[in-house]
Ligand binder design. Structure first.
Ligand code: ZN
Length: 251
């Protein structure tokens, strides 16, 4: 048995190159900008074609800065508009809203079919989503149930639904052939193994986030986002990063 000291150190995987195409799947407008916005901005600038899928339109989102006269019906188009504007800043080509009600999202088969349809239609090489196994972040934030449901169904749609011919055979009737997603990037994972350096696009991430005016109010997210990026980059000595658990499903 070789001595521990002589064993070569595990090689740290380098940052993966931008995929040719990607689908970013989230529960609410602004989830994407908080979590994977830097990565998308970087990939878009490298020529990656990106589709954003927003499962709800965020009409349940309110905070201290939401005017008292605001209603769900009025908030819905506003939040869609903000998400489209944020996507333009990042360089995302297309945004799809699935129209599920905000705040009560469930991991249903209907949602799995809808996401499978989109994956088969757009055929992304990579999918970005949350980590459905994370229930708590530190001791101050319980992961939103919509986030967990969105992440769970996104993964279920990637595997096995999108790549298996006879799951949702009705999609074949729509002309949608199976598609194999090569890699999945899970943000917010406790088992991060992949680090995307976002130092050069941190300003773009912040600019995209600021488009969500109905949620930001007067709050400037700069300090918090910089701190998150520094924390996520620390394992690789990067000044600013977005960290992922990466599943490589196909070559
Ligand atoms: Zn959210």
């Amino acid at each position: 048995m070789p001595e521990r000291g002589n064993r070569p150190r595990a090689k740290k995987a380098p940052e993966p190159p931008a995929p040719a195409s990607a689908m970013s799947i989230h529960a609410h407008p602004d989830d994407q900008e908080f979590t994977v916005g830097g990565t998308l901005a970087k990939w878009a600038r490298a020529g990656c074609r990106i589709v954003t899928v927003c499962i709800t339109s965020g009409e349940g989102g309110s905070n201290d800065s939401t005017p008292a006269e605001m209603t769900r019906d009025r908030l819905l188009p506003l939040r869609e508009q903000e998400q489209r504007a944020a996507c333009r800043v990042l360089g995302v080509e297309e945004v799809v809203f699935l129209g599920y009600p905000d705040g009560v999202l469930e991991p249903t088969i209907a949602l799995r079919r809808d996401l499978t349809r989109l994956i088969r239609r757009h055929r992304p090489a990579a999918v970005l989503c949350g980590d459905p196994s994370v229930r708590f972040y530190g001791s101050t934030y319980i992961n939103h149930p919509d986030h967990r449901a969105a992440a769970q169904v996104a993964l279920d749609a990637v595997f096995p639904s999108a790549e298996t011919r006879f799951i949702f055979p009705e999609l074949l009737d729509e002309g949608l052939a199976p598609h194999k997603v090569a890699a999945v990037f899970l943000h917010g994972s406790e088992k991060a193994d992949t680090f995307v350096d976002i130092a050069e696009v941190l300003d773009v991430k912040l600019a995209a986030l600021r488009e969500h005016r109905s949620q930001m109010g007067d709050w400037d997210p700069t300090e918090m986002i910089k701190q998150w990026a520094a924390e996520q980059g620390r394992p690789r000595k990067l000044a600013a990063a977005e960290a992922y658990r990466r599943m490589r499903l196909h070559d």
